[in-house]
Design a protein around this ligand. Structure first.
Ligand SMILES: C[S@@+](CC[C@H](N)C(=O)[O-])C[C@H]1O[C@@H](n2cnc3c(N)ncnc32)[C@H](O)[C@@H]1O
Length: 293
């Protein structure tokens, strides 16, 4: 196995019409990579969906694997993982992109694919990933497959936003084939279509100590940055003011910024930058705009 994988043909394992199913090659190859001449003590699959992992386990001759999903009565938010194991594969819903309620024909309030905010989805996914990590035997692995999502023009990277438990051992990019969106024609095709998924392999290397990693988003006003240039500040001010601005308007927007506070001659500096920088042009006396070519 290498860090990019692609299986144009998903193979014979599991139910190929189960929405969002994955190729059995992914599960087979990762298991054979870590257990080339043996078997895991126990292989557990969470979010087993249409039975892909179960068919792979059967083919590999595993006798004690477990395949858990709401559709066979296991709720990963409410229920305990029934056994400790050295290898867990999980393939959660990609937020609410596919409504598994329809696939199953019954609603469950804990279905991770229910309509919910992205924040709620991530917080539930974190709970499941914590539970999986806790259940691992020392030295065990959690192989986690998920895709990115684009919704209403916004890009969501689930692997970036979720909490990471344990040591990342591998990050594998999987090409996506035969997706629903692949066959859809978009009226405004001005974005880069997502045609990959991520397979992350986390390893538990210590019994008690665990490193958690999570991304934090902090919002700042660029005007509070010390290292921003006068050019950047004025460009921002002109854009903020609708693309055209008088000197007085630019002063007002930049007044109070860290750079202005630290410079007694900040107004002179603004005038000098406007005059000297070919980023800015003036077609009317005292009115400035951005040069675009
Ligand atoms: C992406 S699919 C898995 C597909 C599977 N790998 C396959 O090849 O068929 C995600 C699965 O998560 C299940 N699921 C969603 N919420 C769950 C929960 N709270 N507990 C257990 N399973 C859940 C859905 O029923 C669905 O089958």
């Amino acid at each position: 196995m290498k860090s990019i994988i692609s299986y144009p043909n998903r193979g014979k394992w599991g139910n190929s019409s189960y929405r969002g199913n994955c190729s059995g090659h992914v599960i087979k190859d990762i298991l054979e990579h870590f257990y080339p001449n043996s078997q895991p003590k126990r292989f557990i699959e969470v979010f087993s969906g249409g039975g892909t992992g179960e068919a792979v386990a059967k083919e590999l001759g595993y006798k004690n694997s477990l395949h858990l999903d709401l559709n066979n009565g296991f709720n990963c938010l409410a229920d305990e993982i029934p056994f400790g194991s050295d290898f867990v594969f999980s393939h959660p819903p990609y937020w609410d992109i596919i409504a598994y309620e329809k696939q199953r024909n019954f609603y469950n309030p804990d279905d991770l694919s229910n309509v919910m905010s992205y924040e709620e989805f991530i917080s539930k996914l974190d709970k499941v990933n914590a539970k999986i990590y806790q259940s691992l035997l020392n030295g065990g692995r959690h192989a986690f497959l998920v895709g990115d999502v684009r919704k209403k023009g916004k890009y969501y990277s689930i692997i970036k936003d979720m909490t990471w438990f344990g040591d990342l051992e591998s990050h594998i990019i999987k090409s996506q084939h035969n997706t629903f969106s692949e066959n859809k024609t978009y009226s405004k095709y001005n974005f880069i279509p997502i045609v990959h998924e991520h397979l992350l392999v986390f390893k538990k290397n210590q019994v008690w100590k665990v490193d958690l990693k999570r991304t934090v988003t902090q919002s700042f006003d660029l005007r509070n940055f010390n290292k921003i240039t006068w050019r950047d500040l004025i460009q921002g001010a002109v854009e903020w003011l609708g693309g055209k601005a008088t000197l007085e308007q630019v002063y007002k927007v930049i007044e109070g910024s860290n750079k202005a506070v630290k410079n007694n001659h900040w107004k002179e500096k603004i005038r000098q930058t406007l005059q000297l920088h070919d980023n800015f042009v003036s077609f009317e006396r005292g009115v400035w705009q951005l040069q675009h070519n």
